[in-house]
Design a protein around this ligand. Structure first.
Ligand SMILES: Cc1cc2nc3c(=O)[nH]c(=O)nc-3n(C[C@H](O)[C@H](O)[C@H](O)COP(=O)(O)OP(=O)(O)OC[C@H]3O[C@@H](n4cnc5c(N)ncnc54)[C@H](O)[C@@H]3O)c2cc1C
Ligand code: SF4
Length: 353
C-alpha cells in the first residue's frame, strides 16, 4: 500500500523569533518539524496531521553543542560522536534507531516524539476498520477498554496509555537535565522530569507554540557514575520496550544519590529519585506508575548486592508496562528489574556503559 503525505504548507524560518511568530499565526493548526523521522511517518499514517508544518532545521541557534548544553536541533549522530557530553549520553544516542535515522533525527525530536501504541501506529485504513481510538479520530481505548470510576467499571473514553519510547529522555532525566523553551509567552527553563506529565495524549506540560531550544546538563552529570541499558526486540532499528538510565553518586561505597529513570514502560519516562521521594507529583491516573509507593530507603547505605536487589525489585514491582508495544508486559516488567540490577552492579564496580 502506498502511504502518501497529506497536503500541508511548509514554512522554513531562519531564526527562533520567526518560528515563534509563525507558531502564533498558525496556532492550533501546525506542527514543528526537526529531522522528521517521527513526525513524517505519523503524517503518512494520517495521525493528527495539520495544515502547516514549521521546519526548525535552518535555525542555527538550535544547533550548538557544548559540554553543558545540547541544542534541540543537534542531530543524534553528533551527540553520539561528541567527546564532551557524558559518556552515558553519547552511548544512549548511539543505540537509537539506526545509523541512517541518527543522521536525520535530533535531540528535540527525540524528547518530543509521539507516544507509541499497536492501535495508533497504523495506517488510516487499519485504524478505520477498528473504529479508531482516543489518541486519533476516535473515542475509546482498545488497550484499556474499561476503567474504574467511583467503584464502577465504565467505558474508557478518558485515559490513553500509549507508551513514551524515547531512549535519551530517561538517561537525561537520571542526570538531572533541564530544558529551555521559548514561545509566544516568553522563555522558561524547567527540569526535564517536570516537563513530562499526563497520559499518552497529553504526555507533557507544554504551552502553545513553545519550541524546545536546548537541554542543560548540571555539573553533577559529569561527576557521577551513569549508564543506560535498553531492551528492544532487535539491537538495531527498534524502539526501546524498556530503557533504564541511572545516575549514581557513591561515597566510600555508600549511596549519596541515586536516580533511576525508566523509559518505554509508561506514558512518560518515570523517575525513581531515591534521594527526594517526598517532592514528587502523584501519577495522573491510577493506571500509571507510582514510583514513590513503598520506595526503599537507600541513602547512606552500602551499595551491596542485597541493596541492589532491593532497588531492582522496587522498580520491577512499580513499573506498569501495557500490552501496546512489542514484547509481553510481564516480561518487560521483569526486565526492568534485571536491567536495573545489572547496570547498578556495573556502575558500582566501575564500568560506565
Ligand atoms: C524505524 C524507526 C526506529 C526508531 N527507533 C528509535 C529508537 O530506537 N529510540 C528512539 O528514541 N527513537 C527512535 N525513533 C524515533 C525517532 O527517529 C527519534 O526519536 C528521533 O530522534 C526523532 O527526531 P526528529 O528530529 O526526527 O523528530 P521529528 O520527527 O522532526 O519531530 C518529532 C516531534 O517532536 C517535535 N519537535 C521536534 N523538535 C522540536 C523542538 N525543538 N521544539 C518543539 N517540538 C519539537 C515535532 O513537532 C514532532 O512532534 C525511531 C524512528 C523510526 C522511524
Ligand atoms: S493506548 Fe492510546 S493509542 Fe493505544 S488504543 Fe488506547 S487510546 Fe489508542
Amino acid at each position: 500500500m502506498t502511504m502518501l503525505l497529506p497536503r500541508f504548507e511548509l514554512h522554513q524560518p531562519a531564526t527562533l523569533a520567526d518560528a515563534v511568530k509563525l507558531a502564533k499565526t498558525h496556532a492550533g493548526d501546525f506542527d514543528f518539524l526537526s529531522g522528521g523521522t517521527d513526525l513524517l511517518p505519523n503524517y503518512k499514517c494520517g495521525l493528527n496531521a495539520h495544515g502547516h508544518v514549521i521546519s526548525l532545521a535552518h535555525i542555527a541557534e538550535l544547533k550548538q553543542i557544548t559540554r553543558d548544553t545540547i541544542g534541540a536541533g543537534v542531530r543524534i549522530v553528533d551527540i553520539e560522536r561528541n567527546a564532551d557530553v557524558p559518556r552515558s549520553v553519547a552511548f544512549t544516542a548511539g543505540h537509537i534507531a539506526s545509523p541512517l535515522l541518527r543522521e536525520s533525527g535530533t535531540l528535540g525530536g527525540n524528547l518530543m516524539l509521539d507516544n507509541r501504541c499497536h492501535f495508533f501506529n497504523q495506517s488510516y485504513f487499519w485504524r478505520h476498520s477498528l473504529g479508531y481510538c482516543l489518541k486519533a479520530d476516535g473515542d475509546r481505548c482498545h488497550v484499556v477498554p474499561m476503567i474504574n470510576e467511583g467503584g464502577k467499571s465504565v467505558l474508557n473514553n478518558k485515559v490513553c496509555v500509549a507508551t513514551h519510547s524515547s531512549d535519551l529522555a530517561p538517561m537525561l532525566i537520571a542526570l538531572g537535565a533541564e530544558v529551555t523553551f521559548t514561545g509566544p509567552e516568553g522563555s522558561r527553563t524547567l527540569k526535564l522530569n517536570d516537563f513530562y506529565f499526563g497520559d499518552g495524549i497529553a504526555r507533557f506540560e507544554r504551552k502553545p507554540g513553545e519550541i524546545l531550544v536546548k537541554v542543560g546538563l548540571p555539573k553533577w552529570a559529569h561527576e557521577v557514575r551513569s549508564g543506560y541499558k535498553k531492551l528492544a526486540p532487535r539491537q538495531s532499528i527498534d524502539f526501546p520496550v524498556a530503557g533504564i538510565g541511572i545516575a549514581l553518586d557513591l561515597d566510600k561505597g555508600k549511596v549519596k544519590a541515586l536516580r533511576v529513570a525508566v523509559g518505554a514502560v509508561d506514558t512518560t519516562p518515570v523517575l525513581f529519585d531515591f534521594s527526594k521521594p517526598a517532592q514528587v507529583k502523584a501519577p495522573a491516573s491510577y493506571l500509571l506508575t507510582d514510583p514513590y509507593k513503598n520506595m526503599p530507603d537507600v541513602i547512606g547505605k552500602q551499595l551491596d548486592d542485597a541493596l541492589i536487589e532491593q532497588v531492582s525489585k522496587h522498580i520491577q514491582t512499580q513499573c506498569q508496562p501495557k500490552l501496546n508495544v512489542p514484547m509481553e508486559p510481564g516480561y518487560r516488567k521483569k526486565m526492568c528489574g534485571v536491567l536495573t540490577r545489572r547496570l547498578l552492579a556495573e556502575l558500582r564496580d566501575g564500568a560506565k556503559s
